[in-house]
Write a protein that binds this ligand. Structure first.
Ligand code: ARG
Length: 465
């Protein structure tokens, strides 16, 4: 039997049910649906729409359902169109006709929005924690990297030597911004739609503020029509996951590149690499490639769901059921990718000698030579020209850059010393830059930032409030 069988002379078509059912994927909202229903029962009791025995019987039945779901014994049946139907059906089996009072003053429209917000509040926080886990893995490697350096790239051409720690933390700061966005998005997730009914509230004396408080939401909806049709929190979560996924893809791509023989900077731990079914010598960076590849799917979820929302008239429309699969998948996949990349990063072997060989190519100190001239009064544009022509002469063959610098009237042996391994990056001292002193400060600030963000996520953790 459907929830609306009174209205119809005939039962639903089997294909219609198959097409519209969401039970295959929304059953993971079961726990949150039960929590929302328990709060609703308490609201009905406060409004004297249930006496205390009826309310207790319904809460007992809902708790029994929660137990069945948790231990896996909950039996779904063919007519369970969605998780809300399934829970209500089972409550009615357990509590008899009192079960028929559960849905008083409520619609699946406010019910599903409530359950999905409860779910998102918890799981988006978990994504934040996974991102912080990866950020901590980067920090641990950066801290241990000491003064090791590698070339910093622009246009994928060697640009200037940078500390490995600085390079690793560049990825870390992007993750910190993702966590910031998550904390911010959680604020808007944290609004209860329960009590909005189908779209217009109810004539019964229910108090949405009280149910919002009971469910630990920061506030209740302001407008019942908005409450049942608003999926901004889903779109925002998808955006946060997509951008985080894009960040992971950049880190993944770099690990792919740096672990190639052409770069030879990173070695893959056996436990975090795959082999080839045909080529016996291969060791492949599949984890990094998958992290790179997931971004396509995450961006797709965002684009797809925004398209679903576009042009929807107020208020609830069944199109909104399309919110769940992308959201669940995005949250699952991006957390998994963060955790896998954390394992990969932790286990990477750094070939510091290869990195330093590349970083210490004398031409990478060219701008330091120009700045040396600037410090001695030469206009930068002129200094750029002087050093540029020395680099060109060195590349043309004959003398090395060090010899040419040593012999140049404006430069000389002191300037040539800048071309010694590590000398250029040691001189870099601007705050936030890639030199040793600045990076020591950066490591400290990054580590404090991670601790702060962990606290911010904890403050938004539902059961900690
Ligand atoms: N499964 C539905 C969803 O996910 C629940 C709400 C159904 N509401 C309705 N009026 N048909 O959106």
């Amino acid at each position: 039997m459907t929830l609306w069988s009174g209205r119809m002379a005939a039962g639903p078509s089997e294909l219609m049910m198959a097409f519209s059912a969401s039970i295959g994927f929304d059953r993971r909202l079961a726990w949150d649906d039960v929590q929302g229903s328990i709060a609703h029962v308490h609201g009905l009791e406060r409004a004297e729409l249930l006496d205390c025995d009826q309310a207790a019987a319904l809460v007992d039945a809902l708790e029994a359902v929660a137990t069945e779901i948790a231990d896996g014994s909950f039996a779904y049946v063919a007519t369970d169109e969605d998780v809300h139907t399934a829970v209500e059906r089972r409550v009615t089996e357990i509590a008899g006709e009192t079960g028929a009072r559960l849905h008083t003053g409520r619609s699946r429209n406010d019910q599903v929005a409530t359950a999905l917000r409860l779910y998102t509040r918890r799981e988006l926080g978990e994504v934040g924690r996974a991102a912080l886990g990866l950020a901590s893995a980067l920090l641990a490697r950066a801290t241990k990297a000491g003064d090791a350096r590698l070339p910093g790239y622009t246009h994928l051409q060697r640009a200037q030597p940078v500390l490995l720690a600085h390079h690793l933390l560049a990825h870390g700061w992007a993750l910190v911004r993702d966590v910031d966005r998550i904390v911010d998005a959680l604020e808007r997730v944290d609004v209860s739609p329960l009590g909005a009914g189908a779209l217009a509230g109810t004539s019964l004396g229910l108090d949405p503020d009280a149910t919002a408080a009971e469910l630990g939401f920061g506030s209740r909806f302001e407008n019942s029509m908005d409450a049942v049709s608003d999926r901004d929190f889903v779109a925002e979560s998808l955006f946060v996951c997509a951008l985080l996924g894009v960040h992971l893809s950049r880190l993944g791509e770099e690990i792919v590149l740096f672990s190639s023989d052409e770069f030879g900077f990173y070695g893959l731990d056996d436990a975090w690499a795959t082999g080839s079914s045909m080529l016996p010598q291969k060791k492949n960076p599949d984890v990094a490639e998958l992290a790179r590849g997931k971004a396509g799917r995450l961006v797709g979820h965002l684009a797809g769901f925004l398209t679903t929302l576009k042009g929807l008239p107020l208020s609830y429309n069944r199109d909104l059921q399309e919110d769940k699969e992308p959201l669940f998948d995005a949250l699952d996949q991006v957390s998994l990718a963060c955790r896998a990349l954390a394992g990969l990063v932790t286990s990477l072997r750094f070939d510091l000698a290869a990195m330093e060989r590349a970083a210490d190519a004398p031409t990478l100190a060219a701008v330091d030579l120009a700045e040396w001239l600037v410090e001695r009064g030469m206009p930068f544009r002129q200094a750029h020209g002087v050093v540029g022509s020395l680099v060109r002469a060195a590349l043309d063959g004959g003398a090395s850059l060090a010899e040419l610098v040593g012999a140049h009237p404006d430069l000389g042996p002191d300037a040539a010393a800048l071309l010694e391994p590590g000398a250029a990056s040691a001189r870099r001292r601007s705050p936030g830059g890639a030199g040793s002193a600045a990076v020591a400060v950066e490591l400290e600030r990054f580590s404090r930032r991670l601790a702060l963000d962990e606290r911010r996520l904890d403050e938004r953790r539902p059961d900690e409030r």
